[in-house]
Design a protein around this ligand. Sequence first.
Ligand code: PMP
Length: 300
Amino acid sequence: MTTKERVAWINGKTVPESQATISINDVGFLYGDAVFDTTRTFNKRIFKLKEHLDRFYDSLKYMRIDPGMTKDEMAKVTMDILNANIPLLGPNDDYWVSQRVSRGVRGTGQALKATVVIECHPLPLKERAKSFRDGLQVIIPSVRRTPPESMSPRAKVHNYINMIQGDLEVKSQNPDALAILLDMNGNIAEGLGSNFFIVKDGVLVTPRDQFVLGGISRETAIELAHELNLEVVKQDIDLFDAYTADEAFVTSTSYCICPVSTFNGMKIGSGKTGPVTDRLQKAYSGLVNMDFVAQYQAHL
Ligand code: PMP
């Protein structure tokens, strides 16, 4: 199907995006009472859909939301919507592909029934291309990452206010900066949509599972590191560790692996993509059969 407008799936119907509308009484809109997950395509092919749907259903379980669909049904509709939207992609572009489920619409006099949306959105390749040339400038904001005692960061829920606050704070100092938040103990946690790694003496270190979202790209980076015979440890990273790291990078579905050049204004290593980060980027590109760094840089 070729259409001028992308389509989305909402509560059982495939409609043009402009007609995929949510009620003002949807509790996802009212309270952020919703869950989502997002994967991406590489050269139009979806990546690790199963892993993303496994995490999605764990987030739904944590939130006690029943999507009213099996994982297999969710996977099939996801592929149908993606396939319908592929013809609208430019030659060097790819999609974010998301499933979103809210607890439902209040005030109908009936029990809440989940609102389910599946949609595609072009990746912000142009916007982020610079980070692959220059590295990311990470700044730590004063606001701390929501602790597991308040809400588990391991669930991917529709409430990003904590990280948005952090990002607004650092962007007011430097519009190009990326916020990475500390946890309540003063160790590095994560940012608005990305996990964090340092490399010291050839060993990769990333924060412990309890304090961050279990990023699919984080797990992918760990698997690739093991294939390259690199040691990986999950442990607390404090500011001293970060300032004195040989290399640092973030992982996310869209960034895959993106180098960090400065941390609170201090240069990390040489300030350029470090040798371990470079090896991991190449291994990631090999795994997805596409040079994702070149794809970003082509948008410069
Ligand atoms: N942390 C948070 C808070 C996120 O929202 C994301 C993006 N999903 C990540 C980390 C990275 O996860 P992934 O590699 O699965 O995109």
